[in-house]
Design a protein around this ligand. Structure first.
Ligand code: LLP
Length: 429
């Protein structure tokens, strides 16, 4: 089941509550993000069940969504965390993540952040020659030996948009296998600072074929064999994140967490490895909509536009990657509303400011609610204040209702209207 459903009455529901009613009750104006906490639980449960029988860490990729409440909840469910900046590390610590289940990753980690990582005892990925130097130096400053993984770039094509492909040979991330021996020798040269515990790869994001993960895992296990042959006792295989989701809402059958884990399970067991996975999108994207209001409708040349109050400032994926996110109205349209093809655009002074292109929709009335689906990952976390738009509030529905009955009194009780905290900038100090 999924949290957002369009029912026969033409209303969009989130966990049994009309989104229209949430809009009327929300203390803040649109646009706002609306999450379903039960959907977060269901998504996590899919990973937990898939991993049964394996030693594993689910390292949630904080960059996908760094809302503190969500982080605390995922930590409470049992997630570790994947971090790519000092502030993400500080936020993870604030959210209570166990440092032994955190992985600090990135191609440009700063020395001061590595010192914090060393001090806290998180896993650190080695990404390059200079990164190895910095990690060893940070270990000396912190007076702690750092558990490191080698991020190997396996050159497997993830078959995704070039901006979110990371594991091909010309990528800025990771090290190439030709250099493996250099890195092993360099780790050996730092016995007091570095303990090699595993190998990591991350191919890219929005991957929709599990064979791609399998191909990478086969290569990675070969590298692990080579590394073990040199006397390193390494236990961790980290296959990164990247599982895609059904952005198109076509009902196409996409691989599930179980499909992903099953494709590498035997390999992992055959080498007695701990498996680390780093999901972001597949844990959080489909738990959320960006809720907007229609400001008006206009036509220019051959184009029809629905102008909404949300924009590329709140949700930049369509502008940046040409990403498709499904759009629909939250309430039934008038019986005589004409269905046309619209570009759904925001008020920002850029022609790149669109949320959807060429969408068939009934002509909405002014003030109508319109949602952009699958907005839980890389939407709020990539939001800006361009054109001095305010960062949108985030709400979540904490419980699910089983019947589709709208009742404002009950709604106030059930919908916890929760302006979430975003990253506390004071953390940066
Ligand atoms: N691990 C590493 C090392 C990563 O670089 C990423 C994402 C993940 C895990 C999580 O990947 P996921 O499971 O979320 O696909 N802004 C883009 C996505 C960038 C992904 C960057 N790395 C978007 O909006 O589609």
């Amino acid at each position: 089941r999924h949290c957002f459903t369009k029912s026969d009455d033409g209303y969009l529901y989130c966990e049994g509550l009309r989104v229209q009613d949430v809009m009327e009750t929300a203390v803040e104006r649109s646009p706002f993000y609306l999450y379903s906490k039960p959907q977060i639980n269901r998504n996590f449960e899919a990973y937990r069940e898939a991993l049964e029988g394996l030693n594993s860490i689910i390292g949630y990729a904080i960059k996908a969504n760094n809302n503190l409440k969500i982080l605390e909840h995922l930590r409470m469910l049992g997630c570790g965390a994947v971090l790519v900046s000092g502030n993400e590390l500080r936020l993870a610590l604030k959210a209570g993540f166990d440092p032994k289940r955190c992985i600090f990753n990135g191609n440009g980690k700063l020395l001061e952040d590595l010192v914090l990582a060393a001090h806290e005892g998180v896993f650190v990925n080695i990404d390059s020659e200079f990164d190895l130097d910095n990690i060893a130096y940070a270990a000396r400053i912190a007076g702690k030996k750092v558990n490191v993984l080698l991020r190997i770039n396996p050159d497997v094509d993830p078959q995704v948009h070039a901006y979110v492909a990371t594991g091909n040979k010309n990528s800025k991330f990771g090290i190439r296998n030709e250099k493996l021996q250099w890195f092993l020798d360099a780790v050996k040269a730092h016995p007091d600072e570095l303990k090699l515990v595993g190998a990591h790869c991350h191919l890219g994001s929005t991957i929709t074929k599990v064979d791609i993960f399998r191909d990478a895992a086969v290569l990675m296990v070969n590298y692990i064999d080579q590394i073990r042959d040199q006397g390193f006792e390494i236990d961790y295989l980290n296959i990164g994140g990247g599982l895609g989701i059904d952005y198109y809402h076509t009902g196409a059958v996409l691989p599930t967490p179980r499909d992903l884990i099953d494709t590498v399970r035997e390999l992992v067991l055959s080498r007695d490895l701990n498996l680390i996975i780093e999901p972001g999108r597949s844990l959080i994207a489909n738990t959320c909509c960006l809720v907007n209001r229609v400001t008006g409708v206009k036509t220019n040349g051959t184009k029809n536009f629905i102008v909404i109050d949300g924009s590329m400032s709140e949700l930049i994926r369509p502008s940046l990657y040409g990403a498709y996110q499904h759009i629909e109205l939250v309430s039934p349209s008038l019986p005589d509303a004409e269905i046309s093809t619209f570009d759904v655009v925001g008020p920002v002074c850029e022609s790149a400011d669109f949320l959807g292109k060429d969408r068939e929709l009934p002509t909405p009335e002014r003030g109508a609610g319109l949602v952009v689906h699958d907005a839980g990952a890389y939407c709020m976390s990539m939001a800006s204040t361009y054109n001095l738009k305010m960062r949108p509030p985030e709400y979540w529905l904490k419980v699910m209702r089983h019947d589709h009955v709208s009742n404002l009194g009950l709604l106030r009780f059930i919908v916890i209207i929760f302006p979430f905290l975003s990253v506390d900038l004071a953390l940066a100090q």
